[in-house]
Design a binder for this molecule. Structure first.
Ligand SMILES: Cc1ncc(COP(=O)(O)O)c(C=O)c1O
Length: 488
């Protein structure tokens, strides 16, 4: 069968992409069966009269997409259908299903490394109370009238000024106020997506975005994220193949991995976006929570381009329940987005918008974020120490330089869904990586968040976690889960 494969050496498309596409087609159309072995690299290269590297790269792309499995020392095999391998484990636990729906059930007396929102004790209640009273005295009944769907004009001006301090050029007319970044993602999806449209995300990615895109019937193609940002090689190959409506990403302290894009990657991503006309939706909820001297600029600050839609949330480090965020939009979609916002809730609350406007203008936001950086720096330092000293050496992670999330990888073959259950039994909650994959694929990674855990609990929690992992690795568990070995 492989003898009939032909690549077009005169085509502008890379040979490895052509090969990847041809094998993918053969798998999709059922010409290749589950567990069927692909020809070894050298044999395939000879058959096609191409370089070994061409075959290596094509197999790698197939592997990244979960279409083939590599068995060390044995070769490359067609992967079993994802639905088949997942069915048993995806539904391992109602709790994980709930997480897939963006919910986490709260249990008493557990140490939660799952919650990624700040401890309510850190909310600046007094400042907010004073600001609300001031707004009510100042604006009276106006506060409770319907507001402009684009947002309260003075707040949009305050956001423009705030953006200028981050080196982001914008105009008031391009700013849409939303009731949280989640609503921003949702109304963008309403405005921009039709059923069957392709959306790219990082893999893994934020669950709320997965749900919003799915709710519009979009097809999600996820591209692996590396420690310095999305894999550009795979992205480029897939952009050519799928021509997505947009790429959704988080450039700083990504959720769930905590990874941040390097400056070089941001530049190259912007070039790629320019070359292919690729729209990027940049979701920024944490870039101000950094713990080193490095600056963590958003993509939108690197280039003033219509290709980047910027969503800024204040929930993660301010008041999640305040439901305030904004988007900077390109001219071409302002009208559709405003209409989608109107359809969703007409406008964001007047009281909240006016209060936040006052807090911003009085510099209270800056003061608050400075205080949060101090508090979270202490937590960060302790957590890093605990991870380094207490977690077993078999687990791997890359320490983030800010944000709230840590992404931990178990050795190959161990399922984080299983680990989640074992941790829960010992009173510690983690979030298994499957929740952050658009197809819910079980894997060996999990997220820890330090947002809401106190320092004393943190020490206790990491010690318990380390013990559970040690027992897990010492047990027979790898036998149970070998079918779910992640492909990366
Ligand atoms: C990456 C990301 N985007 C958006 C949101 C939702 O933010 P908001 O509370 O502003 O709706 C979250 C919340 O966890 C998030 O992690």
């Amino acid at each position: 069968m492989f003898e009939q494969l032909k690549l077009n050496k005169l085509s502008e498309q890379h040979l490895y992409i052509q090969l990847y596409q041809k094998i993918k087609e053969m798998i999709d159309q059922g010409f290749l069966e589950e567990y069927q072995k692909l020809p070894p690299i050298r044999q395939m290269a000879n058959l096609l009269d191409v370089n070994n590297v061409t075959v290596v790269n094509a197999y790698k792309l197939l592997e990244e997409e979960g279409l083939v499995l590599k068995k060390v020392g044995s070769g490359t095999y067609v992967a079993p259908l994802i639905q088949k391998i997942d069915r048993e484990e995806v539904f391992i636990d109602d709790e994980i299903q709930l997480m897939n729906q963006g919910q986490l059930s709260l249990k008493q007396n557990v140490i939660s490394f799952a919650t990624a929102t700040p401890d309510p004790d850190l909310f600046p209640i007094q400042d907010v109370k004073t600001a609300i009273n001031h707004v009510l005295d100042r604006d009276g009944g106006e506060v409770f009238g319907y507001q402009d769907s684009l947002g309260y004009q003075p707040l949009r001006e305050a956001f423009r000024n705030y953006l200028a301090t981050k080196n982001i050029d914008s105009s008031v007319k391009s700013i849409q106020v939303v009731s949280g970044a989640q609503q921003g993602i949702d109304i963008l999806s309403k405005a921009m997506l039709n059923p069957g449209d392709v959306v790219f995300t990082e893999e893994p990615t934020y669950t709320g975005a997965i749900s919003a895109f799915k709710s519009r019937g979009a097809r999600i193609i996820s591209i692996p994220i590396r420690e310095d940002g999305i894999d550009l090689k795979i992205l480029e190959a897939k952009v050519e193949e799928y021509q997505p409506r947009f790429l959704y990403l988080m450039t700083n302290f990504q959720n769930p991995t905590g990874y941040s894009y390097s400056s070089m990657k941001k530049e190259r991503l912007l070039d790629l976006s320019q070359n292919y006309g690729l729209t990027i939706v940049e979701d920024d909820s944490l870039s101000e929570l950094y713990f080193t001297q490095e600056s963590f600029t958003p993509l939108r600050a690197v280039a003033d381009t219509e290709n980047v839609i910027y969503i800024k949330s204040f929930s993660k480090i301010f008041l999640p329940g305040f439901r305030i965020a904004f988007m900077v939009l390109p001219d071409s979609i302002i009208g559709q987005v405003m209409a989608a916002k109107h359809t969703s809730d007409i406008s964001s609350s007047g009281l909240i918008q006016r209060t936040f406007d006052l807090l911003l203008r009085q510099g209270l936001w800056e003061k608050h974020i400075e205080g949060m950086r101090q508090i979270y720096l202490g937590k960060y330092q302790l957590f890093v120490k605990l991870l380094t000293e207490v977690l077993p050496r078999e687990v791997k992670y890359t320490l983030p330089k800010g944000g709230l999330n840590y992404w931990i990888t178990l050795p190959d073959g161990y399922s984080a869904n299983q680990l989640y259950k074992k941790c829960l039994a010992e009173g510690v909650i983690i979030i298994p990586g499957s929740v952050f994959y658009p197809d819910g694929r079980p894997n060996n990674m999990f997220r820890l968040s330090i947002a809401a855990v106190e320092e004393a609990e943190m020490t206790k929690g990491v010690k318990i976690l380390a013990q559970v992992i040690n027992d897990f690795l010492d047990g027979e568990n790898v036998e149970d889960t070998v079918a779910f070995t992640p492909l990366m």
